[in-house]
Write a protein that binds this ligand. Structure first.
Ligand code: BTN
Length: 242
């Protein structure tokens, strides 16, 4: 259990995920660090995309050492989604949805993205969990090409929660799911039910690899069920359009 997290706020970073990976490669002690930045100059998203990271957003990364024998490593990103969604509710009273596998939606637009990566150091593997929340980015600051898809607390006319408090609750919630509930090895029916309840895609008509289907439940192995015309498939990777 990582009881002693060390929160570090930087005025600017290329990418907190990249910086934390580099730190872990040079010092084992960095595993306790939660690297936070006021802005990122090279924020990264899933599938090699860039992540728009101006001042006003909340950007942070934390490490989770793993033994390698954990049964549910692909479930980690969804656990992070639950941790962030719970933290947002705790601080703002706003219900958010988790869009499989790594986005958090507020009022049908993306509020937050999560990027999980692996780094190995001295035979030890760490999951690097990076979270970007579009907190105080105003409507006017959102680039036109993202305006249909992206939102923020400020753009929704909501009060922006205290940055440090929100980061701390996200990390504490995720630490509890990983280290207290041990959900990389065990399954929790309550957490699975919460995921279904928060799932943005559930019941929606979606497109996966050019095929139309209906999104179903998320499984404890981190996959999502999609019912296509002829059969239901478990989807592990890639992007689901809706
Ligand atoms: C996505 O939308 O595909 C995931 C975005 C993840 C963004 C966060 S911000 C903190 C951390 N540093 C990065 O470069 N990316 C993650």
């Amino acid at each position: 259990m990582l009881t002693e997290r060390n929160y570090i706020m930087l005025p600017s970073a290329s990418s907190t995920n990249t910086l934390l990976k580099e730190k872990i490669l040079s010092s084992g002690a960095a595993v306790y660090d939660v690297l936070c930045a006021e802005r990122q100059t090279a924020g990264r998203g899933r599938l090699g995309r860039t992540f728009f990271s101006p001042r006003g957003g909340i950007y942070f990364s934390a490490a989770y050492p793993i033994g390698g024998n954990e049964k549910n490593i692909p479930f980690f990103t969804l656990l992070a989604g639950i941790a962030v969604s719970r933290a947002i509710f705790e601080l703002t009273n706003e219900e958010t949805q988790i869009k499989w596998p790594n986005d958090i939606y507020l009022h049908n637009k993306k509020l937050c993205g999560i990027l999980t990566e692996l780094v190995a150091q001295n035979g030890r593997t760490h999951i690097i969990c990076g979270v970007g929340i579009n907190a105080g980015v105003t409507k006017e600051e959102i680039p036109p090409e993202l305006a249909d898809k992206m939102t923020s607390f400020a753009a929704q006319g909501l009060a922006v929660p205290n940055k440090e408090a929100l980061i701390k609750r996200c990390v504490e919630n995720l630490d509890a799911l990983v280290y207290e509930q041990k959900l990389l090895n065990e399954t929790s029916p309550a957490v699975t039910a919460e995921l279904d309840e928060k799932s943005f895609l559930r019941g929606k008509t979606v497109i996966y690899n050019g095929q139309k289907g209906t999104a179903g439940s998320i499984n404890t192995d981190g996959s999502i069920n999609i019912r296509f015309a002829k059969k239901t498939e478990r989807i592990f990777t890639g992007e689901i359009l809706f």
